[in-house]
Design a protein around this ligand. Sequence first.
Ligand code: ATP
Ligand code: MG
Length: 339
Amino acid sequence: MADHRAERITNLVSPLRVEPGTRVRLPDDFDPGYRAGISKKKDGVALLRRGTELLADYQRRLAAQDTYGVLVCLQALDAGGKDGTIRHVMSGINPQGVRVVGFKVPSEEELDHDYLWRYARHLPRRGEIGIFNRSHYEEVLVVRVHPENLKRQKLPDAARRPDVWERRYREINDWERYLTDNGFKIVKLFLNLSKEEQRVRFLKRIDVPERNWKFSPADVRERARWDDYQRAFSQMLSATSTPWAPWYVIPADHKWFARLCAAAVLADTLIDIDPQYPHVSDRTRQELAEVKRELERQAPEGALADPYAASAAGSTEQDPKAKKSEKGKKGKKGQRGEK
Ligand code: ATP
Ligand code: MG
């Protein structure tokens, strides 16, 4: 990878990182309208297109190496743009290498387990990129803002004392450290939307009939708790941005910029992992050469011995040794080879 590209990506993501150990206060510390000096949307969109090509390349290597996995945790308030971010950032990536899981209100079965159980069940495999659309962080966000959620979790008394949030931060940090130490990198993105932009997006969901399904009156009830959420997010960002799994606050008022930043943070992580295609031993290389010769011998008359090698070498000429093709001699055949 060209160094200047890596450097550009690092420069874009650095201001978004919550430095571990620092105290975050929303909404003052991060501007949802920030655009890193990229004034034109079309420039941002072009950069994102290049970014997704880069991601596709790294994802292929990640899958081939089969050693590391990546978990992307997406958190946002309603209308923050989680779905669109997933759609755009992952466009061009082989769907077989990506696993997206959304987390909603927990089921009875999930409530019958410890609070991290349902998230652990959906972790990515090695070689995969997993995306949590909402994540274990709901356990210190919605559960904190609406304490009735904590009541439903059937915890023993000792586990619901007022220090429950501090304890959960510690447990989450420990869990993420364990995952990181074992080859699973965690990318944590908070899409930071302004209150006014949320209002505008809600109105659009009401005004455009095709978007009505995306809107729920419950979203307005949550909006009424805006300040409580800002406090819960601030405390969560301060307590769980760690050296092994830092938080990135993504300015989300401009969707195109949020998508570009999300792609950049993921790219930065993959560049750091630097996954490599597996090394092929000399012996395997010899075996491949033998199989190659055999496959070349099997070329039908008129066909190039190795069409791929020929086109890679820039040659489109027919093999001069090749005789007239069977097809040419016998005339056009049907799909199944009948005359
Ligand atoms: P959209 O942006 O399309 O509305 P969404 O992620 O908001 O997507 P919804 O089905 O609207 O999906 O909402 C899921 C709801 O589940 C959210 O209100 C969220 O707060 C809630 N939720 C997620 N995890 C938990 C949890 N652990 N306890 C209680 N509620 C939770
Ligand atoms: Mg919703």
